[in-house]
Every structure is written in C-alpha cells, then in structure tokens.
Ligand binder design. Structure first.
Ligand code: SF4
Length: 436
C-alpha cells in the first residue's frame, strides 16, 4: 500500500514525519510521491502562524475529492493544527477520516486500520503522561551523513505569542540512555553529524525527574567514538547557563554555531512576550558564548509588529542586529494565535506597518549576512560533504562548522568526508570554494 505524506513547518515536524514513515513501513506502507495513487494521505501540519495553518485547508481541498474516485482512500491530518482543532476539523471537513495529535504518532498505524475497518472517522488528541513516539528511531534516507535526534518535546515557557505549549504539551525528555543508543547506532551506520532537537533543549532532563542535565548530555554525546560534529536546536536564552556557554570552548565536536531566538530588541516588548530576559542580559549571553568560542556563528528568530510595538521599540531590534551581527535571522510579522495571551493584547499593529518594518529588517540583515560571508573569502574551512551540489557536474555541497553552506568542485567519492576548502567567493546566502 502507498502512503503520501505532506509535511509543513519546523524540523520537529520533519522528524515526526520520518517517524511516521518508519512506523507505517513496518505496517506494510511504502512512501509514494503521487497523492492520486495513494491508499493513505497524511498531512503533518504546523500552526506557529496563521499562514501555515491555512495551508491545511487548501491541502484538504486538493485531497479529499480524491476519495470520490478511490473510496478506500484514508485521509488523515496530524501535527499542531490537528492538536489545536481536534474533532472540530472533521466538523469543518466531514470527509476527513483521521485527526491525530502530537502525542499520538505511535498510534497512527492502528488508527488507520480501525478507520479502514469501521469506516468511522476518528480524532485522537489527548496529551499523555509519556510520549512513546519520542523513542521511535526514524529510518535515515540513503546516503545521509547528518541526522536530527529528538531529545525532548513540548515547552513550559508559555511565551505570550506562542501556541507550541498548547499543541505540543509540557516539556518531556527522552532518557539519556535511549538518546545515546540512537546516536551510537546512527554513527555505526555512517552518520557523521547529529543535531539534538527540541523546542527548548536547554531545559532537557527536567521532566521526568532524575535525568542528567543538558550540558552533561552534550558531554556524553561528544564522547561517542566516530562522531565528527555535534549541534543542537532550539535554545531559550534564559536557560543558556554559563556551563552551556563554556561547553563551546571545551567539547571537541560541538560546532561553533548556535540558534538563539531573541524575538525582539525592546525590553518593554520582551516583557509583554514573557521571554524572561532583557536585551542587556541577552547580549551578556552572546558575550559569554564569544568568550568561550570567538568564532561562534549566531542565528536567531525575530518577530516584528508585536502588539504595542512602537517605532522606538522596533529601532531597538534594529540596534541588536548591529550589535550581534547574526549570520542568519528568521524574521516574521507577528501573527495572533488563538488562545494565546498576546492575541488579546491591546495595541495590535496594522499589517502595513508590520510589512514595512519586516522589509527594513530583512534588508539590513541581508547586508550583514553578506558582509559576514565576504569576511570568509580567502579563509580555509573544514567542510562536511553532504551531497552533490544542485548545480554543476563534479560539484559538491556541504557545511562549515559555523553552519555556512559551501559549494565546491571535487572528485567522486567525497560524500561524508571532512575536507579542507579554500573559500573563493561569497554569494548571498552561501559560499563557493575549491578543495585546498
Ligand atoms: S520557548 Fe519557544 S516554543 Fe516555548 S513558548 Fe516560547 S516561543 Fe514557544
């Protein structure tokens, strides 16, 4: 039987989709590219902003009519929109067979069998004490040299604009034993780099109690023989401890790159967001990281147009861009999410103003990104070769320890190798080089 799986949103969703395909393969399903030939269609959804949420309805508009020609077809929606809406999604789309929440991934094969046999729709969105799917080890695509390893799910921070705690539940950490076993197995199968994944990895090990902390987990992963590179995402600045900052100068395989979401530069806005730090405290964390690892590369997330954001507040965000000089910024207009505190705040900013601020921010950040990349011209970088480049025969693509993308020419057989590359040219978002 064929399953067609469409994934929206963050890396957590991509990893969940890999787990779904792994579970369904064990139940006799093969991944297919064509929804019109599928026996099962799954849409794995994201609700971090309104736009990705709306994509679900346009996808259902495309796939539900297929059931007329293929009565045995089962259509399912999973992920954060499924968790947010639950059975209400089926009231809005009556032909939808299955709605499964973010804690129900391990149950999908059995739920599909039940829906097929009973021809009754099902919606399963209860939060569970434990999250069995966290320990499902996803099959890696052939030739993969880097892998994401989920170490926890959920978030207890309840930032006022964020829907994640409502759709992913409370923080729940996998056992360090399971994580280390998964990484050893990945390394034994040729994986060179792992990224530890969670909504807020810095608070790993808090729940269930009795587990080691995040820095100790990093230390143990760093010690796994054969692992070349270690990364993690996403960090909350308030939980970035001095020990974690120092780890960047101590751990051999921990790459000099961190994604550290700032969200806004104004203390007044940070307070209304419930972020738990000030701009000055954030800059001190950046300084601690740079003391431990002067060549560390930083990326961040920024929201413009948060309720009540005045021009002076926005200017503080622009000031932080200048002070930190990020390599990459993922920036968005504030999007009210149902059920969040910020959605009810006074002072909602007009969309035109949001658009204008976003344009100014992205324009300035593009200049900073380009300057950071230009500064690497002439340097020698160690590149982990991840695959053939999209363009040009005999060309490869990979990333530096600082997570910059490099395209270069080289002989066959370099996949998975760590090679020295001389950077010859900076492009808008990547580098070009030649084997050194
Ligand atoms: S820390 Fe991140 S995931 Fe958690 S509530 Fe805040 S923005 Fe959302």
């Amino acid at each position: 039987m064929k399953v067609y799986l469409e994934t929206y949103g963050c890396q957590m969703n991509v990893s969940d989709s890999q787990k779904l395909l792994t579970l369904l393969a064990a139940a006799g399903y093969e991944a297919g590219e064509d929804p019109a030939r599928a026996d099962l269609i799954i849409i794995n959804t994201c609700s971090v902003r309104d736009k990705p949420e709306q994509k679900v309805f346009s996808a259902l508009g495309r796939y539900l009519p297929l059931k007329k020609r293929r009565p045995g077809l089962v259509v399912a929606v999973g992920g954060c929109v499924a968790q947010q809406w639950g059975a209400a999604l089926q009231r809005r789309c009556p032909d939808l067979d299955l709605v499964f929440g973010t804690h129900a991934i391990d149950r999908v094969p059995a739920l599909v069998v039940a829906v097929r046999e009973t021809r009754q729709p099902a919606a399963v969105t209860d939060f569970r004490e434990e999250i069995p799917s966290l320990d499902v080890v996803p099959a890696q695509p052939p030739g993969a040299v880097a892998a994401f390893v989920t170490i926890m799910q959920g978030c207890d921070n309840y930032c006022s604009y964020c829907i994640v705690p409502y759709v992913r539940g409370r923080e729940y950490s996998r056992t360090s034993a399971a994580i280390l076993a998964e990484i050893r197995a990945l390394v034994s199968r040729g994986i060179k780099e792992v990224t530890l994944l969670g909504q807020n990895v810095n608070s790993y090990g808090r729940r269930p109690a009795g587990e080691i902390g995040f820095v100790e987990l990093l230390r143990r992963v760093d010690g796994i023989a054969g692992l070349a590179r270690l990364r993690f995402t996403t960090s909350h600045p308030k939980d970035l401890s001095p020990a974690l900052a120092a780890a960047f100068g101590e751990l051999e395989h921990l790459c000099p790159h961190i994604h550290l979401p700032l969200q806004a530069g104004s203390d007044a806005v940070l307070r209304r967001m419930g972020r738990g730090y000030t701009a000055a405290e954030y800059l001190e964390k950046v300084a601690a990281l740079r003391r431990a690892r002067p060549d560390i590369a930083l990326s961040t997330d920024l929201i413009v147009g948060f309720p009540g954001e005045k021009e002076a507040d926005f200017q503080r965000t622009m000031d932080l861009l200048e002070e930190v000089r990020y390599d990459t910024v993922y920036s968005f207009k504030y999007s009210p999410r149902p059920g969040t505190r910020a959605a009810a705040l006074a002072g909602q900013v007009p969309d035109e103003v949001k658009k204008e601020r976003l344009r100014r921010l992205q324009q300035r950040q593009d200049e900073i990104t380009a300057a950071n990349l230009r500064a690497l011209e002439g340097s020698r970088q160690e590149v982990l070769v991840e695959g053939p480049a999209k363009k040009g025969a005999g060309r490869w693509v990979g990333r530096t320890p600082g997570n910059r993308i490099v395209n270069f020419s080289g002989p066959a057989g370099l996949l998975g190798s760590l090679v020295p590359v001389k950077i010859t040219r900076a492009l808008r978002h990547s580098l070009q080089g030649e084997l050194d």
